[in-house]
Design a protein around this ligand. Structure first.
Ligand code: GRF
Length: 188
């Protein structure tokens, strides 16, 4: 099977990165992770890239032309798809226009509900009875691109933010791989 070359963008823990790295070792998984990019030199996820011997580029977003560095690296590694996994920066319109391939994101809510930050806090404040995660294409609108996959669960009474995060992330570890399989299966 010809796998798509993927680059994963991270900023923090990197548990979704670790999961995708694990899954991508499977012969039948549609992507091969060729590059990891972090905008945070202290991101724990960098260690997972090292463990799997994947090149990791740390970018300084204060540098005016950092997006050119990103685009050059994506070109050099022949990246077909960018997977955002806890990347805490907005992808600019300029970047979207220049990188003409797919960019996918995972968000910890049932979009279109609770776009943006502090999702768990807001979900609890609204006393939602259900939440989950969404994998979607990235477009120019924040958390607004076409939905590829969603998974949900019922919220138990007295749940706190940490409970919601744990449960949501467990679902994410299935949702992200499933979404990638769904997108690329036809081309495998
Ligand atoms: C995930 O919950 C994802 O939904 C959100 O950021 C979190 C990243 O977690 N976009 P990790 O860095 O993959 O552990």
């Amino acid at each position: 099977m010809v796998k798509k070359n993927a680059c994963v963008f991270i900023s923090g823990e990197g548990s979704n990165l670790r999961n995708l790295l694990k899954r991508s070792r499977d012969y039948n998984f549609p992507i091969c992770i060729k590059l990891v990019i972090s905008n945070n030199p202290k991101a724990r996820g960098i260690n997972f890239a090292k463990k799997y011997s994947i090149p990791c580029l740390i970018i300084n977003t204060k540098f005016r032309f950092f997006e050119n560095t990103l685009l050059n690296n994506l070109k050099e590694y022949k990246i077909d798809v960018v997977c955002l996994a806890g990347y805490m920066r907005i992808i600019s319109k300029n970047f979207l226009r220049s990188f003409k391939k797919q960019i996918i994101n995972i968000h910890p809510s049932l979009l279109p509900k609770y776009k943006g930050l502090n999702t768990f806090k807001r979900i609890l404040e609204k006393k939602e009875i259900m939440t989950g995660c969404t994998v979607h294409f990235v477009n120019e609108k924040l958390d607004g691109g076409r939905i590829i996959a969603q998974k949900s669960f019922y919220i138990k009474t007295n749940s706190n933010e940490s409970d919601l995060k744990k449960k949501t992330q467990i679902l994410e570890y299935n949702a992200y791989p499933e979404a990638l399989i769904k997108i690329f299966r036809a081309n495998c």
